[in-house]
Design a protein around this ligand. Structure first.
Ligand SMILES: Cc1ncc(COP(=O)(O)O)c(C=O)c1O
Length: 439
């Protein structure tokens, strides 16, 4: 039966039409609602209902449809709209120069791609060329993109199991640094590790894997996970030292959490380490255009004789203009500092309000990347998946959108432009929904 016939009498129902015409897949289609406008921190549904968006796929650091970005894009459209292969342009060069200047040395050379997944794969190819090795080490449960290469270093069951395999060879995985649920079984206190007990055993395990494998090209990871797991001090310096000792590159995926989300322009700046390659994406296109970037050590410019990822829209001037305008807005509006300040406030608020809440096992975060992990029992830490789904639905009904990760982790990722009053209103919605989960 053709999909249109299934829709007779309901052509206005976009959600139904969406389900009829799009291929279905986990966490994508079918949809929950249709959006008519997106502005600042708000999604506006058909009919006018406004929903605060604390998800936004992490693209909306500067809010949706920022007027300065829209104006810059309109001006660019009146100027140069495309730049075919082997042609360059002012916007693309300007953005590459700007990113190279913003990244700490020795990060200095840039490549653009149309998606985070593509950019991750460029980084993986570059590591192969630079080291002459193909193995990688990454974390179970991580997500690095939907491509075969990116999902090979990812650690999510949806991409790895059943008929989704086989993936790239040599993609080794280690347990993630998730202190509230330490995969190595070490104890924690209020979500924080007892470092004199565990002595960051998870980082030492990575050193062991690098040593035993002996020929790993790169360790790839998010410095701060999207589920707001923040590794303790000492973790990344130990991994950096292990990579150096065993000839592996360190690649940081900052696709959702770079560009100020954590309260620093680059999330890795919190940890006193600099990777060999950092990958940015999502918010780089200002929440309007798709754009990702690889920034590598100058010494890694070693693939001039090969192709490591030249995409059709690599030097698209409109996308590059979006990146430049986004960086301007982040700077002129002081959004990175704002993320740090509001994030500290929100984390303290959540920790204080939920300190004794029986459903709340852990509250964590850095800057405006926050998470509340729900449990059925604070001692056994059994994931409270049904409660998380109820709280998410109840919050959405009250005008707050956020995602749920791993079935029981409420992930809060507000735009960096959010005002204190709106942030407080959102936190109150969450608190009300947690108190009356069926409300
Ligand atoms: C950590 C991380 N890496 C990579 C990606 C892939 O980015 P894209 O969807 O632009 O390919 C995502 C997307 O959610 C992500 O969260």
């Amino acid at each position: 039966m053709r999909p249109t016939s299934a829709l007779s009498g309901s052509r206005d129902d976009l959600v139904q039409q969406d389900a009829a015409f799009f291929l279905h897949q986990a966490a994508s289609t079918p949809c929950r609602a249709a959006v008519e406008r997106a502005e600042s921190i708000w999604l506006v549904e058909k009919g006018g209902r406004r929903v605060m968006d604390f998800h936004g796929n992490s693209v909306h650091h500067i809010g949706y449809a920022h007027p300065a970005l829209v104006a810059a894009l309109k001006a660019q459209l009146d100027n140069l709209v495309f730049s075919p292969r082997r042609f360059t342009n002012e916007a693309a060069v300007g953005l590459a120069r700007r990113l190279a200047a913003l990244a700490p040395p020795p990060l200095a050379k840039v490549l653009f791609a149309p998606s985070g997944s593509n950019a991750v794969e460029i980084a993986l190819r570059l590591a192969r060329v630079a080291t002459g090795r193909f193995k990688t080490v990454s974390f179970w449960d991580a997500f690095h993109g939907a491509g075969f290469g990116a999902s090979s270093v990812g650690g999510e069951a949806e991409y790895r199991s059943g008929r989704n395999g086989p993936l790239l060879p040599g993609a080794e995985h280690v347990p993630p640094c998730t202190c509230y649920r330490c995969p190595l079984g070490y104890p924690e206190s209020e979500g924080r590790p007892l470092l004199d007990v565990c002595r960051t055993a998870c980082a030492r395990l990575i050193r062991t894997v690098l040593e035993k494998e002996g020929d790993v090209s790169a360790v790839i990871a998010e410095p701060v996970r999207s589920t707001a797991h923040v590794p303790p001090p000492g973790f990344w310096p130990e991994v950096r030292a292990a990579c150096d000792a065993h000839g592996a590159l360190l690649i940081f995926d900052e696709i959702p959490n770079g560009l100020g989300k954590t309260g620093r322009l680059f999330a890795f700046e919190h940890f006193g380490v600099v990777p060999d390659i950092v990958v940015l994406g999502k918010a780089l296109g200002g929440g309007i255009l798709p754009l990702a970037a690889v920034i590598a050590r100058a010494g890694l410019d070693v693939a001039g004789h090969l192709s490591i990822g030249h995409y059709t829209h690599e030097k698209n001037p409109l996308c590059a203009r979006a990146g430049l305008a986004t960086l301007d807005i982040l700077e002129t509006e002081g959004l990175v500092g704002r993320a740090a300040e509001l994030g500290t406030y929100a984390l303290a608020w959540l920790r204080q309000r939920f300190a004794r809440h029986p459903l709340v096992g852990d509250v964590r975060g850095l800057g405006l990347r926050l998470a509340v992990e729900l449990v059925e029992d604070r001692v056994t830490k059994r994931p409270a998946c049904a409660a998380a789904a109820r709280v998410q639905a109840a919050a959405f009904a009250r005008g707050l959108n956020f995602s749920v990760s791993g079935g029981n982790v409420l992930v809060l990722s507000p735009p960096l432009v959010i005002g204190r009053t709106d942030l407080e209103a959102a936190l109150e919605i969450l608190a009300a929904c947690l108190t009356e989960p069926t409300g």
